[in-house]
Write a new protein. Sequence first.
Length: 243
Amino acid sequence: MNEPSAGPDVCVCFPAAGGGGATLALLRDIAAARGMTVLTLSNADSVADFESGRWQDRAVREVQRAVAQVSGRRIVLAGHSMGGLSAICLHAALGTRIGVPTRVLVINTPCPDSSGRIPTMSHLPDRAIAQVLAHDGFPQELLDDEDMLAEIAHGLRRDAVVADRLAEWIGSDGDLGQLHVLSGRDDRFIPPECCAAWRHRVTEEFQLTVTPAGHALDATRTAVVERTFDGLLAATSCREDLA
């Protein structure tokens, strides 16, 4: 009797601080176009949510459920900026609990330094955050509205505190087996050297792609994200063939 064939791959996507955005939408669209089952998860709500293990447990259960529903054959964990840190943390939390090949793709996600620090908005004043957002094409009329800017900046700082904690945890948790990294050459907040530093934390396969782009990637960057995504899937297929 033939074994049942494996189902589609599962892509688990995480957003940058603030949630949503063009980069998350691009990841989802590219994964869906490849016939993958797409699952969007949130980052940890707070430092306590992460440190208590509640976020990890929720995320693992949701991934397990998604894989079981479609008999998924592979998992791609993909995240933008802070979401990349979440993807790396979830990869560690999954451990051996899901018996399918799992790969990680991060976009403009900084590697923690030796002290577990990353470029962060957690201590930036509103105007400094506005400068970062303006360079990345955020609508200037919203940044010029003091009340709107204050609300946006407050949310980003709140998420950045959590991102800082994720970075500290990753910085103390040893090396990664593999990682694919996409970096925007024109990202002033998280420049390519912050992304290239992951090379020193990866013990097996490391792939870095640097592209002319800022911190957020929209549909105009579809081709380079597709190539990076396809390279990751091809690498996973090669590993399966060798297993």
